[in-house]
Design a protein around this ligand. Structure first.
Ligand code: OAD
Length: 235
């Protein structure tokens, strides 16, 4: 562990589950009883804009009722105290990592608290409903703001940077993700191919569990603080 200098952490919905935000897959998940194609695609937005905006308005509103848990807090501590290179790549669109204080963070699937202008492409912080016809702060056009969420069929943010950091990582950690959605599900193989040690922390084995050198099963609120203690003690 003492020769670890470059750490890449991938987080998924399981990190926020104990804060009270639903995961996507499995019983009670956000996609249960919903077809992803009806909500989370550019075609769904074009076909049924109000349904899609309502779905994300509700999820944005839910953010004000939750707070970071021990896993977010532990990763923020890692960010503050880890002397080497670190990047936390989250698939989550909530803002719990930043509310816990994490700075070295990248939202590859977008952010609930941001709007994307379909007219000019500007991305800007946004807290209200997107059904009220607010105009874009950059180009002034009305009724063109959409959730700043990477829909299925769209390219996740900052893939070039992520590929670069994966190629020089010596430790890759995946926390609370089912490994069902690419390209994030492929990060473990990429990091491993470039020589990183790979570790998974999850409630149960993910779809790509087989690709990790090591897996620890349990709730993120217990596993993540223990792992952060180990890393910081070794540096
Ligand atoms: P999933 O809902 O697919 O998977 C969540 C994972 O977290 C599962 O493997 C659970 O076992 C695990 N889990 C649940 N509670 C946990 C806990 N307390 N501690 C640790 N692990 C726990 O969510 P993601 O993998 O994040 O994309 O989903 C990936 C993407 O699919 C999302 O970013 C979203 C979704 O469609 C978009 O919306 C663009």
């Amino acid at each position: 562990m003492s020769d670890i200098h470059n750490i890449v952490v991938l987080t998924g919905a399981g990190v926020s589950a104990e804060s009270g935000l639903g995961t996507f897959r499995g019983p009670g998940g956000l996609w249960e009883g919903q077809r992803i194609e009806d909500i989370c695609t550019p075609e769904a937005l074009a076909r049924n804009r109000d349904l899609v905006l309502d779905f994300y308005d509700q999820r944005r509103a839910a953010l004000s009722t939750v707070k970071p848990n021990a896993a977010h807090e532990a990763l923020a501590r890692l960010d503050r105290e880890c002397r080497g290179e670190l990047l936390i790549v989250t698939q989550n669109v909530d803002d719990l990592h930043e509310r816990a204080g994490t700075k070295r963070l990248l939202h590859m699937h977008g952010e609930l608290m941001s709007a994307l202008c379909e007219q000019c492409g500007a991305r800007a912080g946004y807290g209200g409903s997107m059904r009220d016809g607010t105009e874009c702060g950059a180009c002034g056009t009305k009724d063109v703001l959409r959730p700043d969420i990477v829909f299925f069929g769209e390219m996740p943010y900052q893939m070039e940077l992520i590929d670069q950091v994966l190629s020089r990582a010596d430790l890759f950690l995946s926390i609370g993700t089912s490994g069902a959605v690419y390209p994030a599900a492929g990060f473990v193989r990429s990091a491993r191919h470039h020589g990183a040690h790979t570790l998974e922390l999850n409630l149960d084995p993910s779809e790509g569990s087989y690709f990790f050198h090591e897996s620890r099963m349990g709730p993120a609120s217990a596993l993540v603080p223990a792992w952060v203690d180990e890393v910081l003690a070794a540096q």
